[in-house]
Design a binder for this molecule. Structure first.
Ligand code: BGC
Length: 324
């Protein structure tokens, strides 16, 4: 190959590569706030000064869950409340100003999970508005179409819903990174539920809370099967399971030839602390070793990495590989 041809081919490949998505490696979720029915209702109001601290701790990205569905008018337009959107903008802008990449999503749209056909137009209208509104924002802003599809939002209905939302977004944001997760709460076993998408800027995500009896022991919202559980980590077989799951995600990443992203993991604070640290460390290392970026649930509120009284939990940061 001549030198000129080589340079041209390399340039074309660089243009095609989803560079931004590859930069999402160490991410923190700032949840329990804008994903509440209204911010502050569960005790967390975002302080935009947090983002500088998150950046300084070593994270490159934040994921900001937002319950847009609770802040629209009636159909057929489902207009997003301007004051709420301004507040979200303020938060996203502060994170970008802190030199973080930002993932904004549609979170806790529970009516869509129960009645996808009835709520489909509302989702599309939300993304139509968000796509237009954020079209000129930097590439460092990433979209995630629906958090954890589950219940009736599964299989073919889920695929059609995601593809339609993607198409709407692509009208105004042709190359922005867009993240898609499969049904069954986007678990590591959900990859095959996703639609094939021929778009180099689409990233496939999964959430990892396995074993659930460990990560959600005594979590009030997680159902009776974990209500009274006290369980450590690892129990026999846990490490082998994690290794096998790491291979699944790595295999999907290789097959797709595009990044796969661990969009949520963590362990509830009712679990034994040392075991939680071991778990966070092992999950992070397993997927990081496969070149898979990760996002920890959660900055403050449930599963806290930080609290207003004590600041960052230095041992969790260490388990995340962010502090000696
Ligand atoms: C949910 C949170 C929950 C967390 C861990 C998230 O996807 O939005 O409400 O606390 O998962 O279960």
């Amino acid at each position: 190959m001549t030198r000129t041809l080589f340079v041209l081919v390399a340039a074309a490949l660089a243009l095609a590569a989803p560079a931004a998505a590859r930069d999402v490696m160490r991410c923190e979720i700032v949840g329990n706030a804008l994903d509440e029915p209204s911010e502050g209702e569960w005790g967390v109001t975002i302080d935009t000064a947090w983002f500088d601290d998150i950046k300084a701790a070593g994270f490159d990205t934040v994921r900001v869950p937002v319950r847009w569905s609770a802040h629209t008018g009636e159909g057929p337009d489902y207009l997003i409340d301007a004051a709420f959107r301004d507040r979200v903008d303020e938060v996203l802008q502060a994170a970008l100003d802190a030199d973080l990449q930002v993932i904004v999503n549609v979170h806790h749209f529970e009516e869509l999970m129960d009645d996808p056909r009835g709520q489909y137009l509302k989702l599309l209208n939300i993304w139509n508005q968000l796509g237009a509104h954020y079209a000129d924002w930097p590439d460092a802003l990433h979209f995630e179409l629906v958090n954890e599809p589950h219940t009736a939002l599964s299989g073919a209905v889920m695929r059609q819903t995601l593809l339609s939302a993607l198409e709407i977004v692509r009208r105004t944001n042709p190359t922005r990174t867009v993240i898609l997760g499969g049904d069954g709460y986007s678990s590591i076993r959900s990859f095959s539920s996703l639609p094939p998408v021929d778009d180099p800027n689409v990233v496939v995500t999964f959430h990892y809370y396995d074993p659930f009896r460990f990560t959600h022991q005594r979590a009030g919202w997680a159902g009776p099967e974990v209500a009274d559980v006290t369980r450590g980590w690892p129990e026999p077989g846990d490490r082998a399971q994690l290794e096998a799951d790491g291979d699944i995600a790595a295999g999907v990443q290789e097959t797709l030839g595009r990044p796969v992203f661990l969009g949520e993991f963590g362990a509830y604070e009712q679990g034994p602390y040392e075991d939680r640290l071991r778990y966070i460390n092992a999950v992070r290392e397993t997927f990081e070793a496969k070149d898979i970026g990760w996002c920890l649930w959660n900055f403050t509120g449930t599963f806290p990495l930080w609290s207003s009284e004590t600041g960052f939990d230095a041992r969790q940061l260490k388990a995340l590989g962010l502090q000696e």
